[in-house]
Design a protein around this ligand. Structure first.
Ligand SMILES: C[S@@+](CC[C@H](N)C(=O)[O-])C[C@H]1O[C@@H](n2cnc3c(N)ncnc32)[C@H](O)[C@@H]1O
Length: 237
């Protein structure tokens, strides 16, 4: 299990700050009992997903699953798909492990590490059926905008890891970030928009409590669903 200090230092700007967080006894117990089976250590070579999941199935990669509500609901509804969820926040890892235990999910694995490095090192080019990036940190202040995940060159890396025909699904409740996402994703030659601009919310993405509250207050949510086109590329330039 990573602790904040165990993340190796990188020179580039990160999309997260590791916060201290309290964990409930259920989360602590879930980590003790379930992490050995469901948390994969970070490694600097591609993951053998067939060996990890014990089958060959489409793999969806989720960046920043938070407390794992959407991850667990989607994995439960899609038992024929395998899910790799990446999150740096330990209470979130505990929360998703708890749900994995409660729902008896066999199709989820977790990596507690910077998703940028996980994608670079552990995910082979053209290997993912999909990527979910739900409500990434919006980094509202102008001087923090550079920390946003959805920008070049990261989108180039993301696109390279998705199999042709696979999808990239982003959602945000912060309009300036939605506009940035639409601009950056539309400019990526390996991605094609499945909608004209923003997409209707795909049925598989559950409404979170937070999102529901925002919608009632008249706040917007923007989904973007892009499809990977072209051939598999083996290098990211
Ligand atoms: C605003 S929260 C949204 C959580 C969740 N997706 C949801 O919809 O409720 C963003 C999450 O992304 C995580 N995160 C940000 N950058 C990350 C990165 N590079 N690797 C892994 N997790 C990251 C943060 O720790 C945080 O939990």
């Amino acid at each position: 299990m990573n602790t904040p200090d165990s993340f190796p230092r990188r020179r580039s700007i990160r999309s997260f700050v590791v916060r201290a967080g309290r964990m409930g006894p259920g989360q602590v117990r879930a980590i003790e009992e379930l992490a050995p089976r469901f948390v994969l250590p970070f490694q600097d070579r591609p993951l053998d997903t067939a060996a990890v999941f014990g089958r060959v199935a489409p793999v969806v990669f989720e960046i920043g699953f938070g407390m794992g509500d959407a991850t667990a609901a989607i994995a439960e509804a899609m038992p024929d798909t395998d899910f790799i969820g990446v999150e740096v926040h330990t209470p979130g890892v505990g929360a998703l492990l708890k749900k994995i235990g409660e729902k008896g999910l066999a199709n989820v694995r977790i990596v507690q590490h910077d998703a940028v490095e996980v994608l670079e090192q552990m995910i082979a080019p053209g290997s993912l059926a999909g990527v979910h990036v739900f409500f990434p940190d919006p980094w509202h202040k102008k001087r923090h905008n550079k920390r946003r995940l959805i920008q070049e060159p990261f989108v180039g890396l993301l696109a390279s890891r998705i199999a042709p025909g696979g999808t990239l699904h982003c959602a945000t409740d912060w309009q300036p970030y939605a506009e940035q996402m639409l601009q950056v994703l539309s400019a990526q030659p390996l991605l094609a928009n499945t909608a004209e601009g923003y997409s209707p919310k795909p049925g598989y993405r559950p409404l979170t409590k937070f999102e529901n509250r925002g919608l009632k207050l008249g706040h917007g949510v923007w989904d973007l669903v892009f499809q990977r086109i072209g051939e598999v590329v083996c290098t990211v330039g």
